[in-house]
Design a protein around this ligand. Sequence first.
Ligand SMILES: [Zn+2]
Length: 445
Amino acid sequence: MLTIDLLIDAKWILPIAPKNTVLENHSLAVHEGKIVDLLPANEAKEKYYADQFLDMNTHALMPGMVNSHTHTPMNLFRGLADDLDLMDWLTHHIWPAEGKIINPESTALGAKLAFAEMIRGGTTCFNDHYFFPDVIAKAAKEIGIRGRIGLLIMNCPTLWAKDEAQGIKACEKILETNDDFSLTEWAVAVHATYTASDHGLATAKRLSDEYNLPVHMHVHETSAELDIEKKRSGQRPLERIDHAGLLNEKFIAVHMVHLNDEDLSRVKNSGCHIILCPDSNLKLASGIPPIGKLLEITKNIAIGTDGAASNNDLDMFHEMRLAAILGKTTAGDPKRVPASRALEMATLGGAKALHLDHTIGSLEIGKSADMIAIDLDHLFTTPNFNPLSQLVYSANRLQVSDVWVAGRQLLKNFEFTRIDVQKLMMEAKPWIEQARQFSHHPTST
Ligand SMILES: [Zn+2]
């Protein structure tokens, strides 16, 4: 018999690859942080001796969710200002609040709150876009969550950098320092075309080429964004991005709500990755991405929550459900984005967009043991005719019972193993009080 670290018998195993597969009476074997086998349960018992054996006889085991667009420290601003349009929300509430309280200490705290929320809800990997990326990487290492963290290029004065040039210098310094963050990798994060100079876009291209990094950017989120770019450069944002040489298979385009035929043709020719954040788009009334058309032309679509300030949660189950339902609606076809496709977008699709699919996104031999168990023996998911359908259309994130990243268990039988959430919430209170002066809650329309 072979000795391994962990053997899990699960009622259902959804490996995501191969597509649309639900295995029953199977076991998953993990050793030294990696998946080493996936086989019928009766064979596993004869083949392996495991230091830890888990019998999850009411659970579905699947890869961890990949939240493909986050602003993790913005968990400090959840519900700060609601019911506003994007530009008003950003310029009169979020940016002033960030100017007042975002520093390395508050950034680390906000990020850790987000990591705890994501782990509790079954997310094992995130794609972040915020100030102080090195601080976020250190916080992620402390918590043990996987991620790709954006090095921010933005032409606005912030506490992270007084202007774009200083921000670029800080990004270059982080890349040159090359600290060991085994679970996180870098991306170039350009906020949007309306906050990027031509030099900023050219620098993003240079850093992406030099360090082989994906470029993560908000694109065509609102109609106002298109108007600003039209006045400034006479171009559509995607056109300007294309002319800067950024629109290729390394480009991660977030939102993509307002697209004409010319934009869609650029997407098709580039092989870029699309990240849908439907909850944020709907709440800010930015619009609905043409998911039906995007499904026909894009190489890969993934899902993100956006920050807790605009969503107002980091619930990938909710986001996945919305993406599936809007996909059907925009295609005019309820057969589009079936449950298996939605689950793939939230896991392997995210891994592909983040260029991490060699390591995560599916339960395949050789990949990292980044996985979650969901207890489906619950009122919310009864009866259970099909676990795939239950996971996408009915399950609540609080049904996630166990979470592992690289084989290390971060949530065990609904309890955190490494995070003191009450302590984090207490430590956040002074920062939240300072942010309160920027809050906004209209009482009537
Ligand atoms: Zn965003």
